[in-house]
Write a protein that binds this ligand. Structure first.
Ligand SMILES: Nc1ncnc2c1ncn2[C@@H]1O[C@H](COP(=O)(O)OP(=O)(O)OP(=O)(O)O)[C@@H](O)[C@H]1O
Ligand SMILES: [Mg+2]
Length: 422
């Protein structure tokens, strides 16, 4: 039993807080699925429902093809690792690692061998006779991981297992988790709010915000072709340029993205051209990564932005430039916050949802979610990545070429403008 399927899973906490909102998700056999999202978006709640530590309000959870909503945690064959992996303080590392096998009444010779093997793989073989109180944070997390792995469950659930460690230890342990879990081939759901962890570890990433699934796909899919502006911004560890543009189609000759002081032409050959043209006269959101803006010499032809370099910022491996180009920027549109039952913007909907749940007609929502208010307009600088040698100085004027094919295009609600389906 190693596939996980969530079918319209919702969690409303007592008191009416809607923490997870109709989540549909599937983790395949042996897959490493990462749940990514900001603090409070419902990641731990989701994981705890899969582990059986939290009741599911509505919807179905299937583990290995078996309906598991009401299965006791011990019958789910799941091992969970928490942020601060609690260990048995009076047992040695060896005792902690062997405990799950002892409970399962495994052959002592097998237990001994398995503990030694595992401790070597996790680089804690020299600590086997020490107690947890004498270990570093990184070593404790390795023991917690080992204790979860030792009895080879069908499913690993990891809730931010690295977030208490320093950056160096995080990177080291990240690689080890990845190779260990993959060598075991056990389906894993891993929660984090760290985009780098998600991109480096995952087979697929599911991005959540405010209890709602935003996007799911391989790291390259969600990074390069994000379904929402929220996903685009969240996955960008550098800041993302989110700009407002009006779509114009002069005499139907070509498509123009009008940024106010600057215009960019989109050729009809762009696969998104037709979909974008449907927004003629309207504003859309254009997402541009700092590395999609390339500094070029003055008078360069083609799509460009022009501005005054307000400031340069040194980041060690690169420089970022902030270019005053007079383009209206927008804040990241978020899904409507429907989480708080008592008061708050979406209270009415959460309340009516609760009523339906109580009446036994849970999952059907008759009206679409309310339209998000467009992001607030403000003039912001264009962020440009300069590599490790700044080509400009503060106060100078700079020209950047824009790669139109790499522009990310969203409606003002933050949903990707997709090419029409064939
Ligand atoms: N037992 C509870 N009763 C009421 N509300 C709860 C309960 N547990 C969690 N919540 C609320 O549900 C929301 C989601 O919480 P959850 O712990 O799942 O978030 P998270 O994504 O794991 O956040 P973090 O990254 O900070 O760990 C939060 O607003 C939290 O306050
Ligand atoms: Mg959490």
């Amino acid at each position: 039993m190693s596939t996980v399927v969530l079918d319209n899973v919702t969690k409303i906490y007592p008191g009416g807080y809607l923490a997870v909102d109709r989540m549909n998700l599937r983790a395949d056999e042996g897959e490493f699925l990462v749940l990514l999202g900001p603090s409070g978006c419902g990641k731990s709640t989701l994981l705890r429902m899969i582990a059986g530590l939290e009741e599911i309000t509505s919807g179905d959870l299937w583990l290995g093809g078996q309906l598991a909503n009401h299965l006791a945690p011990r019958d789910r064959d799941v091992a969970m690792v928490f942020q601060n992996g609690a260990l048995y303080p009076h047992r040695t590392v060896r005792g902690n690692l062997s405990f799950p096998l002892e409970i399962a009444k495994a052959d002592p010779a097998v237990v001994k061998q398995r503990v030694v093997e595992l401790s070597r793989a996790l680089h804690i073989d020299e600590t086997l006779d020490r107690r947890p109180g004498t270990l570093s944070g990184g070593q404790r997390q390795r023991v917690a991981m080992g204790r979860a792995i030792v009895r080879q469950p069908s499913l690993f659930l990891m809730d931010e297992p690295l977030s208490n460690l320093d950056a160096g230890m995080r990177t080291e342990l990240r690689m080890e988790i990845s190779s260990l879990v993959r060598s075991l081939g056990v389906t894993t759901i891993y929660v984090t709010h760290d985009q780098v962890e998600a991109l480096t570890l995952a087979d697929r990433i599911a991005i959540m915000n405010r209890g709602v699934l935003q996007d799911i796909g391989t790291p390259a899919q969600v990074y390069n072709d994000p379904a929402t502006a929220f996903t685009a911004a969240f996955l960008n560890s550098q800041q993302l340029n989110l700009l407002a543009a009006t779509v114009r189609t002069p005499q139907n000759q070509y498509i123009m993205l009008d940024f106010g002081p600057h215009q960019i032409t989109m050729p009809w050959t762009d696969p998104r051209a037709y979909a974008v043209s449907q927004h003629t006269g309207m504003q859309i959101i254009v997402g541009i990564r700092p590395d999609s803006l390339i500094p070029v010499p003055e008078h360069t032809e083609g799509p460009t932005f022009f501005g005054r370099v307000r400031t340069l910022e040194y980041h060690g491996h690169e420089w970022l430039a902030y270019l005053e180009a007079g383009i209206p920027a927008v804040t990241v549109p978020e899904p409507p916050d429907r989480r708080q039952l008592n008061g708050g913007g979406g209270g009415g909907r959460a309340r009516s949802m609760m009523r339906r749940l109580l009446n036994g007609s849970a999952a059907v929502e008759e009206d679409p979610p309310p339209v998000t208010q467009p992001g607030t307009h403000r003039r912001a600088d264009l962020i440009v990545r300069l590599g490790n040698r700044p080509v400009w100085r503060a106060g100078e004027h700079g020209l950047v070429a824009v790669d139109v094919s790499r522009l990310m295009l969203f409606t003002m609600n933050g949903n990707r403008i997709d090419p029409p389906r064939r």
